[in-house]
Ligand binder design. Structure first.
Ligand code: GLA
Length: 373
């Protein structure tokens, strides 16, 4: 696909979340890293009132009428672009007609936030073509709204935030209630992060995800009868125990995951800052166990993949990352044993599930990058 003649190249990242899973929509802290896997958009103004979208790996061209973006709400692929343009304009920004050429290196359906990378880079491209300087935090918030309204996932802010605001070499410790953030250097010494995809075709992620959200909203509603809190993240684990009789058993388990995971993130940030990689790894294992037993978002494949990783002697910790129900694990592995680790995990996982795991090589990359062509 010819990339000549475009004025700008804009990219936004996929992400891996190190810890703090299923807590962003409960006001908790998360610790994602942007990845060097990303969506790149080549962009130029076209002087018409349309978005003309092409892909480097697809033959089709989509032409979206900027005068009537509503009509694309249910259209696979382009609903994201239509949603981003409509909501960016609704937020008070100018959207002009442009040609956009898309190239995504974030594997789809892997739980590494390909959709956030597409949304964030699309909005950044629209702003750039319109000659606007943009605030990456605002871009993330509008992209999150596009995911909620056009993809139907009631997601938190983590993915789009990391995609827009990541920094090479750093994890973002993000408080999802206040959007305060701290960049923590990921210095793992002799260790490295390994991302493995369970490659199980997953469906119904959106509906199961939304179901979990309802369950924790119910937990908060019930706890509020006795506790003056605004979010589940504000509830300390001992208070949840004190008031557990207010909650039906399933709702209690969901809430327990959230409040304990929030504690784990605080500890993990401390350990990472202090260079205690072993302690950090143990928290990853504890997070996975909680997502499996309390939050119930892992499933046989992710459990098998994480367990295979955890049982390798060079691995300090492994957990599912992202929404779950399929997708990826992230593991902390001794660099010198990386290849042996991958072979061991792939073999054990295939034997147990029949699926072939995929391993992605990615660095911790930057969020939005805008370059003039
Ligand atoms: C998905 C959502 C995020 C977050 C994670 C789980 O990736 O988009 O907002 O809730 O799941 O931590």
């Amino acid at each position: 696909m010819n990339k000549e003649g475009y004025s700008y190249r804009i990219s936004a990242a996929g992400r891996v979340n190190l810890i703090g899973e299923h807590v962003d929509y409960c006001g908790g802290q998360v610790m994602p890293c942007a990845l060097s896997l990303k969506n790149t958009v080549w962009a130029r103004p076209n002087g018409e009132n349309v978005l003309r979208i092409r892909w480097t790996d697809l033959p089709e061209v989509a032409v979206l009428d900027l005068g009537d973006l509503e009509q694309y709400r249910d259209k696979q692929h382009i609903k994201y672009h239509a949603g981003c343009a409509a909501l960016w304009r609704e937020a008070g920004h100018r959207v002009v007609g442009c040609d956009l050429l898309m190239d995504c290196t974030v594997p789809f359906g892997s739980g590494l936030s390909s959709s956030a990378a597409i949304e964030v880079s699309t909005i950044a491209a629209l702003a750039t073509v319109a000659g606007e300087k943009f605030d990456p935090v605002e871009v993330a918030l509008v992209a999150q709204k596009a995911e909620q309204e056009y993809a139907g996932v009631r997601c938190g802010v983590m993915d789009q935030y990391a995609s827009a605001n990541g920094r090479a070499g750093y994890a973002i410790l993000l408080d999802c209630a206040t959007l305060e953030r701290e960049y923590i250097p990921v210095r793992l010494g002799d260790y490295t992060l390994v991302i493995a995809d369970c490659k199980k075709p997953h469906s119904l992620v959106a509906s199961k995800y939304n179901e979990r959200r309802e369950e924790v909203e119910e937990a908060l509603r019930l706890l509020k009868k006795r506790l003056a809190v605004n979010s589940l993240a504000e509830v300390k684990p001992y208070l949840l125990e004190e008031y557990r009789t207010l909650l039906p058993a399933v709702i209690y388990r969901r809430a327990k995951h959230v409040v304990e995971e929030c504690e784990r993130v605080r500890t993990a940030a401390r350990l990472l800052r202090g260079g205690d990689i072993e302690g950090f790894g143990r928290l990853l294992n504890a997070s996975h166990a909680s997502l499996r037993d309390l939050y119930e978002v892992t499933g046989k494949e992710l459990d098998s993949l994480a367990f295979a990783a955890q049982s390798h002697p060079a691995c300090l910790g492994s957990r599912m990352t992202g929404a779950g129900f399929g997708g990826c694990t992230v593991s902390v592995v001794k660099k010198s044993a990386e290849e042996d680790f991958k072979a061991f995990v792939a073999e054990k996982y295939a034997r147990e599930t029949g699926y072939r795991a995929a391993f992605y090589s990615a660095e911790i990359g930057d969020g939005i990058v805008v370059e003039k062509e």
